[in-house]
Ligand binder design. Structure first.
Ligand code: UGA
Length: 460
């Protein structure tokens, strides 16, 4: 099928490249000409494992191309996926101005029937507005616009695999033709018989994804309700971890035990510095705003948000407890990306943490395997190290902020030798308390007892 993807960010680029991988002819466009220039030179503006090779392969075989001209993309696609950003406004609402602008352009430029698919995360009822805009700005034309919602459930870091091996494909439609077109687009994924690039060419024939057909409103709601539920799970684990710490229990054992109940599930129970990134925090806010506007009490989500906001503050307090005085101390920060396997620093806990430490007069030196370029733009004054050892050199404490596997594999003896005080605060429970203690570190993590820690005296 001839597909156009509008917006070449994390979602658009992965969607475009994967649709090309499924055999469709895809044109990806973005109003950022620099981004399109980078893509046309064969480079990627983001780091996403597995993406570079499928982009290169599909550009070469002609399935995937890029253009900065929206009109060309509109003309060239029978199906148009809208993947533009919906960033938060100061009041927490999703900013839908890009969707509105793109819809007007589609209406103005289209000369044939189009299926317009919302892929961007949007509040419920956006599809209805989209339909209105297409009808009003396309009035007088003898063509038909269909609208569908097809929310993405891609996680940064594993987005290619998530697209090609989804658990579910949700399509919100209001007519049968739209569903048929979408089913045709996703047929290879539903049949799981294609030569998938993310498993060295041999795609496991696991369970095919659920194909869920709903109304457009429901599909939009599924996306916000899913991300918000994940946020609740993380905040719940973080809340339990605070109590586990006070009681001398181990939160990992606790959440493992809780998650064994299939009604609850084991995923998204890792405590730490809280959820960041460009999805969970903003989607939670937008969902709360949507509910407020309709007079529905979503205070449960507000509480999840509040717990999340306090994670960094609690971590700084832990550091203060260990170091006594923060001012004038040198502190190494390992990890800047909001999670491992991405270079994305949007709403990353690292940024808030660094700001708080610098405000207290701490000399911060940071390192991340992928996010250095992006942090230079965001915090140009930040002192950065070339590697983890340099960040630890002469430091009074080392903070693990992102769970990069390479931090697990460091030569921790060497780290120990370089530090002024061998204190490690592990904000992601990446390392073993016993091993760190055996190496002579003062080591603290989240919701887990220190090695050899006695039961709190009140209970002993
Ligand atoms: C999230 C959802 O997981 C995807 O399903 C969704 O498609 C995507 O948002 C989106 O809306 O586009 P993503 O933002 O890539 O994906 O990241 P997650 O893997 O969800 O992690 C979000 C944050 O939660 C990270 O900061 C991570 O460190 C944190 N987290 C995650 C925890 O603190 N504990 C956990 O157990 C899991």
């Amino acid at each position: 099928m001839r597909i156009s993807v509008i917006g070449a960010g994390y979602v658009g680029l992965v969607t475009g490249a994967c649709l090309a991988e499924l055999g469709h002819t895809v044109l990806c466009t973005d109003n950022d000409a620099t981004k399109i220039g980078i893509l046309e030179c064969g480079k990627l503006p983001i780091f996403e494992p597995g993406l570079e090779s499928i982009v290169a392969k599909n550009r070469k075989n002609g399935h995937l191309s890029f253009s900065a001209e929206l009109a060309k993309a509109v003309a060239g696609g029978d199906v148009i996926f809208i993947c533009v950003g919906t960033p938060p406004l100061p009041n927490g609402d999703a900013d839908l101005s890009s969707i509105d602008r793109v819809a007007q352009m589609i209406a103005a430029e289209s000369e044939s029937d189009k299926l317009v698919v919302e892929k961007s995360t949007v509040p419920a009822q956006t599809g209805q507005q989209l339909k209105r805009v297409l009808e009003i700005y396309g009035r007088g034309k003898t063509i038909r616009f269909r609208v569908a919602s097809n929310p993405e459930f891609l996680r940064e870091g594993t987005a290619v695999g998530d697209f090609l091996h989804p658990d579910r494909i949700v399509v919100g439609v209001d007519d049968e033709t739209a569903e048929k077109q979408l089913r045709k687009i996703y047929r290879p994924v539903l049949e799981q018989g294609f030569d998938c690039p993310v498993h060295n060419g041999s795609c496991p024939r696991g369970n095919p994804p659920a194909w869920l057909v709903t109304t457009i409103n429901s599909a939009e709601l599924i996306k916000h309700a899913s991300n918000s539920f994940l946020a609740i799970k993380i905040s719940y684990a973080n809340m339990v971890s605070d109590l586990a710490e006070k009681l001398g229990a181990n939160v990992e054992e606790v959440m493992h035990g809780v998650g064994l109940d299939p009604r609850i599930g084991a995923h998204f129970f890792k405590p730490g510095l809280g959820f960041g990134g460009f999805c969970l925090p903003k989607d939670l806010q937008a969902f709360v705003r949507l509910a407020e506007r309709h007079g529905v009490d979503f205070s449960m989500l507000r509480e999840a948000e509040r717990i999340n906001h306090h994670r960094v503050e609690g971590f700084v307090e832990k550091l203060r407890h260990s170091l006594w005085v923060l001012k004038g101390k040198k502190i190494g920060v390992l990890g800047l990306a909001f999670k491992a396997n991405t270079d994305d620093i949007r709403f990353a806990p690292s940024i808030e943490l660094i700001k708080q430490l610098q405000h207290e007069g701490v000399d911060v030196i940071a390192y991340d395997p992928q996010a250095m370029e992006k942090i230079h733009v965001r915090l140009p004054e930040l002192n950065c190290a070339l590697n983890a050892y340099e960040a630890a050199q002469g430091a009074d404490a080392l903070l693990i902020v992102t769970e990069w596997p390479e931090f697990q594999r460091l030569d921790w003896k060497r780290v120990h030798q370089g530090m002024a005080r061998p204190l490690v605060l592990d904000g992601r429970n990446l390392l073993s308390a016993e091993e760190m203690s055996a190496l002579g570190f003062e080591y603290e993590s989240i919701g887990r007892p220190r090695a050899g820690q006695a039961i709190p005296t009140a209970l002993a």
